[in-house]
Design a protein around this ligand. Structure first.
Ligand code: ATP
Length: 355
């Protein structure tokens, strides 16, 4: 078992910066979990506490059933890959990968050589051992960095924005590649990224971090379809968020007064009449201009409409002064800029969040 456990972990840096507060997370053996959140929310600090480069102010870190809180980084058996690759420029690809095996790893030269070949096969760079890092593309360098991290057979793999410096296309193909390699090796992995799309597409589960705390931990589907906070709804995917006050509720629905219009939404435990809430609607759950059947029909004006291949995205200004994003299938004519439209949303697609 190579699970990772964080229990009530806080990190306060000298000077009083509270980078992480009460973080608890279990990454199961072989699981790929992504910590995602905006810049400065505490992602890297959390990863560095797992790796042992930072010591928690409070709380406990465990790997593989062993307490690690006071264990130095070089005794934690973790492999790490960073954004800047950090390959040693004066060493060949093979020497880079062998570094952790021969220096301090206790591998003899023949075994290390075999392991280097095995790792180069894994990252689909066979025959690259004698190249210099500068002779490789960015994507190839990042594969070598991954091979180097995996070579000493670490218990867990920790990835800090490993794809951030690659261009969009390469980044997307490396997302698939990285996941393929992780699954093949079966290694427990934590990825840190500020890119919510990357988190959605790569992970078994996502831990959404907001201001030093995990707001929600769940599968990509859970986090996208059932966001538990306004922050999660807003940060992961595109969301229409209507702020308002609960004016009525029954076991079947909640009515939220948003000022210029009311919205019927799905029931939410613990919400009371008079409470300020937010209603979250994903753009794909809106129907622009075909709305007479919907529980909620909101009028607005098209500000921009964008053809995106399989659908048209409309940005619609609403009487509340906010903007909604709606989807139109490209079969019919797209609403033109300035035209008046209606946005239809079924009550079951309106989720209430309370903070
Ligand atoms: P980014 O996506 O920009 O890398 P992050 O989510 O990884 O951000 P952290 O690097 O963990 O965030 O930083 C969290 C907070 O802790 C920030 O306010 C940061 O300024 C602060 N911080 C990070 N390292 C230190 C340090 N060594 N000393 C003091 N404060 C620090």
């Amino acid at each position: 078992m190579s699970d990772i456990v964080l229990e009530g972990v806080d990190k306060v840096y000298p000077g009083g910066v509270e980078a992480v507060t009460g973080a608890s997370l279990v990454v199961k053996d072989g699981e790929f979990v992504t910590i995602v959140g905006p810049s400065g929310c505490g992602k890297t600090t959390t990863l560095r506490m797992i790796a042992g480069f930072e010591h928690p102010t409070h709380g406990r870190v465990g790997i593989g059933g062993d307490g690690m809180t006071d264990v130095p980084p070089d005794e934690r058996n973790t492999g790490m890959v960073f954004q800047d690759f950090a390959l040693f420029p004066h060493m060949t690809v093979g020497e880079n990968i062998a570094y952790g095996l021969t220096i301090g790893g206790g591998w003899d030269e023949a075994d290390a050589k075999n392991r280097v070949e095995e790792m180069l096969e894994l990252v689909e760079l066979p025959g690259f051992a004698d190249r210099d890092p500068e002779q490789l593309s960015g994507g190839q360098q990042q594969r070598v960095a991954l091979a180097r991290a995996l070579a000493p057979e670490p218990e867990v793999l920790l990835l800090d924005e490993p794809l951030a410096s690659l261009d969009k296309k390469l980044r997307e193909s490396m997302q698939v590649e990285l996941r393929r390699i992780q699954e093949r090796v079966g290694i427990t992995t934590v990825l840190v990224t500020h890119n919510q799309k990357e988190a959605l597409t790569m992970s078994d589960r996502i831990a959404v971090m907001n201001d030093g705390q995990f707001d929600q931990v769940g599968t990509p589907q859970e986090v996208y379809n059932r966001p538990e906070t306004r922050f999660v709804a807003d940060f992961v995917g595109t969301a229409n968020i209507f702020d308002g006050t609960v004016v009525d509720q029954s076991p079947e629905k909640i009515t939220v007064d948003c000022g210029a219009f009311e919205i019927l939404a799905t029931p939410h435990d613990g919400v009371t009449v008079g409470e300020t809430v937010s209603v979250v609607v994903r753009p794909e759950h809106t129907r622009v201009e075909t709305t007479t059947e919907a529980a909620n029909v909101i009028e607005g004006n098209v500000e921009v409409s964008r053809f995106l291949g399989d659908h048209v995205e409309c940005h619609i200004s609403l009487p509340t002064g906010t903007e909604a994003v709606g989807i139109v299938t490209p079969d019919g004519p797209s609403p033109t800029t300035g035209s008046q439209v209606t946005v239809g949303i079924d009550a079951e697609d309106c989720l209430v969040v309370t903070d």
